[in-house]
Write a protein that binds this ligand. Structure first.
Ligand code: G3P
Ligand code: CA
Length: 262
């Protein structure tokens, strides 16, 4: 296979509600190389796949995710808000497009996929949870045999964060687990081209890449891989393809794959 890896951001989240099992299974059906997922802790210490700090945007609940137990969250509807859930849409017959997804359930799904899958797990949010998210994450991955990957393991997990501190924690807890340092702005030290704490993958946002033609070649020339997020628009896709990247993180995996002729 040539060209960059295609990762489905929050699943096939353009078409189906983000972070639902249905959105992830759709992305795998479409042929995505990998999946991206944000994780937060519930009040009783479970890792759940939810992007926002609050429940309001993506569920029929209100308030903080971290203030609810897993059982309380599991009673909410995480899918009906999305246009893809409208009656007549191409929806699965079960509740996989409305139900809360735990990271454990997502790991079960990727291990059952019967083909190689790369899973990018982004920890949110270091200032809120201290080191707990990274600790719980590494211990869950260890339970699944995914914390010390061998090159031929079909499921490969990479941990991502905007926080260099969180990346350092993961490297300490699981030294062979790959990490991505996400970048929304350009820190001064990045001019050196070297990422801190053994990260060898940079994750710049597309907003950072636009208008900076030197950024991606400089990061790659320094020996880093580069995964760019969130590449949904045709002009952005052409931009990253012409610059050269190792991974494209997109809400529209089918569109990116079609452009790559896959
Ligand atoms: O893949 C990285 C990207 O997801 C980071 O931004 O806000 O979508 O989590 P956000
Ligand atoms: Ca994310």
């Amino acid at each position: 296979m040539g060209g960059p890896l295609v990762f489905a951001h929050r699943g096939a989240s353009y078409d189906l509600p983000e972070h639902t099992l249905a959105a992830y299974l759709r992305a795998l059906d479409e042929g995505a190389d990998g999946l991206e997922c944000d994780v937060r802790l519930t009040r009783d210490g479970h890792l759940v796949c939810v992007h926002d700090r609050r429940l309001d945007r993506t569920s029929n609940g209100r308030g903080l995710v971290s203030a609810r137990t897993l059982a309380e969250l599991d009673a909410l509807d995480f899918g009906s808000w999305h246009p893809g859930s409208a009656p007549g849409g191409d929806l699965p017959p079960d509740d996989s497009h409305t139900r809360l997804l735990t990271l454990a359930r997502l790991l079960d799904a990727v291990l059952d996929a019967g083909r190689p899958v790369r899973l990018l797990v982004e920890t949110k949010h270091p200032s809120r949870y201290g080191s707990n998210v990274e600790r719980r994450l590494v211990s869950l991955l260890r339970r699944y045999g995914l914390a010390d990957p061998a090159p031929d393991d079909p499921v490969q997990v990479t941990v991502m964060s905007f926080s260099p501190l969180a990346v350092r924690r993961v490297r300490e807890l699981a030294p062979t687990l790959p990490t991505v340092l996400l970048l929304e702005v350009l820190p001064r030290w990045l001019r050196l081209g070297r990422l801190p704490f053994g990260s060898r993958i940079a994750g710049p946002g597309i907003g950072l890449v636009r208008g900076r033609p030197q950024l991606l070649p400089a990061l790659r020339a320094a020996g880093n891989q580069v995964y760019v997020w969130t590449v949904n628009e045709p002009t952005d896709l052409e931009l990253v393809l012409s610059a050269g990247v190792d991974g494209i993180i997109t809400d529209r995996p089918a569109y990116a794959l079609a452009r790559l002729g896959r």
